[in-house]
Design a protein around this ligand. Structure first.
Ligand code: G3P
Ligand code: MG
Length: 240
């Protein structure tokens, strides 16, 4: 069955990448959540999409120029609606804590927005946090920074790894299999039946991002896509 994964939480009904957005996604019975990780100046992995604070908070500047204490003073909800003014930027730990009670097959797709070239030792840090919560089975770590994912895989064999692409990749299974990655995360409009089947023949998972259109979702589900990352889990859950 195709899994419906809430992109940045239930981000069409609550401010993206906040605890309330992840709570809403769990309440909707989404099969998983996707979240984006950056790191503070004092080395704490936190959950926010942009490198810059301006779009989703009342702060300004780059995330990694601030310690956690300053980050925690920011309002991460008012930009979406005044009723969310108490929402803060969560730490990775706070989001994982929220997911501890979910089903065994729940997916926590942790997207690293950059690896250790930008955020020193972020791979070691996130792995330490995953182990602390004993939820390694639910974690799927992804990134557009494939070096970060290669490092994660070399540090910890038991965590599932995914590489993100926006380009149309020729026979993606060749690349993924050579580097021992587990999942192909691709822009949904790049997918067709042959690519999904080719990946499956090679034992790979295929997840499409970020798909909100019901008709295309139905089509990819009919092709057997493993997961759809969507801003509208409340709509797409009715299709599976
Ligand atoms: O992980 C899927 C998707 O979130 C990748 O793009 O920019 O929304 O993080 P972005
Ligand atoms: Mg993302």
């Amino acid at each position: 069955m195709t899994k419906i994964i809430a992109h940045r939480g239930a981000s069409s009904i609550a401010p993206e990448n906040t605890l309330i957005a992840f709570k809403r996604a769990i309440e909707l019975n989404s099969h998983g959540i996707e979240l984006d990780v950056h790191m503070t100046k004092n080395g704490v992995p936190i959950v926010i999409h942009d490198f810059d604070l301006a779009r989703t908070t009342n702060g300004k500047g780059f995330v990694n120029d601030f310690n956690l204490e300053a980050i925690k003073k920011l309002d991460a909800g008012s930009w979406f609606g005044s009723e969310f003014s108490q929402e803060k930027i969560p730490t990775l730990e706070e989001v994982l804590e929220l997911c501890c009670e979910t089903d065994d097959n729940f997916i926590i797709n942790v997207e690293l927005k950059a690896g250790s070239k930008v955020y020193p030792e972020i791979e070691e840090k996130v792995l330490r946090i995953f182990k602390q919560y004993s939820i390694l089975d639910k974690i799927l770590v992804s990134s557009f920074d494939h070096y970060a994912i290669e490092k994660i895989g070399s540090l910890e064999k038991d965590v599932k790894t995914a590489v993100l692409f926006s380009a149309a990749v020729v026979s993606p299974w060749r690349y993924l299999s050579t580097l021992n990655f587990d999942a192909y995360h691709t822009a949904w409009h790049r997918l067709d039946k042959d690519i999904i089947e080719g990946c499956h023949r090679n034992g790979l998972i295929v997840n499409a991002y970020t798909l909100d259109d019901m008709d295309f979702a139905k089509l990819l589900i009919s092709y057997g896509v493993d997961g759809i990352i969507t801003n509208y889990p409340q709509n797409l859950l009715g299709l599976v």
